[in-house]
Design a protein around this ligand. Structure first.
Ligand SMILES: *Cc1c(COP(=O)(O)O)cnc(C)c1O
Length: 463
């Protein structure tokens, strides 16, 4: 192999003593890499490894083996898809950046079955003729919410856009100033309204809007009264907003429609779990909303989807709009959504759907799991600490769930370094840093990941 030359270890001599790319490509390791990856990719990786060591250029020049190991690691990393499973140890249950709701075992099985082959997506097996993809989940959505009709689209942002485009384009939509919100990711209700082709009519003030404010704003041009749930912030103090019943009464007295964007929406009463009340789609339907929009992957606990439920006519008008075709869900989503909804029908959502399992986990269980992880890791710098988890994902803002975490206080590394190390573990662990400690909140860690987290902490101890 290459003569690595002088051993004084610094400066020009060390640089000159590095083997050439050509020499490295002749080695057995490189030959193995060339069987796995395209030549240009291998050459690039070796070149980067050499450039890297040249930049450092302190101490002993690296051996050819070290350079090739570095190149192999680069290739292996490049081969990892950027979209990978991670362990969510943040304590935020519906973490949008981490893919929101993990799915139930039954939903995963249903999605896998549908993904494997052909399906009756748009084929009516009774008649042997073309069918509609929109029928597969609407029966369950109607029975769970009490609505007459339902439609599923890509996500809730598109559900709101579609409802307004179909029902109010070229006309006016009346909304409270307190509800002109930004949901996140730049999704702002006034912008969505504009994109739908509807004209925005603001009423009331940031903190107080009354039913009479809506009534006074009605004109010949009014098509829709829109209510948007303030899902990610809370206005406290001197506040008032009109009830959905009052808004429905005003809309219907004048032959207009009421659209209610719930954001998350919850099919189970959240107060059962010691939380505040998150609006429920079935309540909005009962109160007279013509269209109710909510997400499939927030508190519902299913795959990404936007759900519209409501009156027969309004949903039919929305379904006929050309944008429906552009926003339609795929077969795998529909299968997962149906399996998720079936848990609610069978009244087993709390135990079958991961999101509800995490919400309903008791502090006692969580404390026991945190202790077991810390014990299994056997590391002196890991201990159990109190933590606060949150539902997140645009629901129950400001509310917390008491929880437990494994807290890491590494003797020599900073919190940022430890958090980075955990992100590079495979699969990556995403932690929370608070008060100079790295916290691994067990409420969002799946119980079957506990041992794996303990192993990571043990490995971290010897870093
Ligand atoms: C989250 C949210 C949306 C967007 O839903 P996605 O499913 O993320 O598209 C819309 N409106 C409200 C009030 C929300 O909270």
């Amino acid at each position: 192999m290459a003569d690595v030359g002088t051993r004084d270890g610094t400066g020009e001599d060390a640089r000159r003593s590095l083997p050439s790319i050509g020499q490295l490509l002749e080695t057995e390791t490189a030959r193995r890499l060339l069987q796995e990856f395209p030549r240009a990719t291998v050459v690039d990786a070796i070149r980067s490894a050499v450039a890297d060591s040249r930049e450092r250029a302190t101490g002993e020049p690296p051996s050819p083996e070290t350079l090739l190991a570095n190149a192999s690691a680069r290739l292996a990393r490049g081969d990892e898809p950027s979209l990978r499973p991670v362990v969510n140890a943040t304590g935020i249950i519906l973490h949008t950046n981490l893919g929101r709701a993990p799915l139930s075992a039954a939903a995963i099985r249903a999605m896998e079955r549908l993904a494997q082959g052909y399906s009756s997506l748009e084929f009516d097996l009774q008649r042997g003729a073309r069918g509609s993809r929109h029928g597969h989940v609407s029966d369950l959505l109607c029975s769970l919410t009490g609505a007459e009709a339902a439609l599923v689209v890509n996500n809730n942002a598109s559900a709101v856009l579609l409802a307004l485009a179909a029902l109010a384009a070229g006309r006016e939509v009346v909304i409270s100033r307190g509800q002109l919100v930004e949901i996140g990711g730049g999704f702002r209700i006034p912008d969505v309204l504009r994109q739908s082709g509807a004209r925005l009519v603001e009423v009331g003030t940031t903190n107080r809007t009354y039913a009479e404010d809506y009534a006074a704003a009605l004109t010949d041009e009014t098509a829709v009264l829109l209510r948007v749930h303030a899902s990610n912030f809370r206005v406290v103090g001197f506040t008032h907003s009109a009830s959905i019943e009052d808004l429905a009464a005003i809309a219907h007295r004048h032959g207009r429609l009421l659209v209610d964007d719930l954001g998350s929406g919850s099919l189970l009463p959240t107060e059962r779990f010691g939380l505040g009340h998150e609006p429920m789609p079935q309540e909005s339907v009962r109160a007279g909303a013509d269209v109710v929009c909510f997400s499939g992957d927030k508190l519902l606990g299913g795959p990404q989807a936007g759900i519209l439920v409501g009156g027969e006519q309004a949903i039919a008008a929305i379904t006929r709009h050309p944008l429906t075709r552009a926003l339609r869900p795929d077969k795998v989503t529909l299968a997962g959504l149906r399996a998720t909804l079936a848990h609610y029908v069978r009244q087993e959502a709390e135990t079958a759907i991961p999101v509800w399992r995490m919400i309903s986990a008791t502090p006692d269980e969580l404390g026991a799991r945190a202790s077991a992880i810390a014990r299994a890791a056997g590391s002196p710098f890991a201990h159990v600490a109190d933590s606060t988890a949150a539902v997140g994902g645009g629901s129950l803002p400001g509310e917390v769930l008491p929880s437990f975490a494994v807290a890491l206080e590494h003797p020599t590394r900073s919190c940022a370094q430890v958090a980075e190390w955990l992100r590079h573990w495979s699969p990556p662990i995403v932690a929370r840093v608070a008060h100079d400690r790295v916290l691994l909140d067990v409420r969002t860690i799946a119980p079957n990941e506990d041992q794996f987290v303990a192993d990571a902490i043990e490995a971290l101890a010897s870093w």
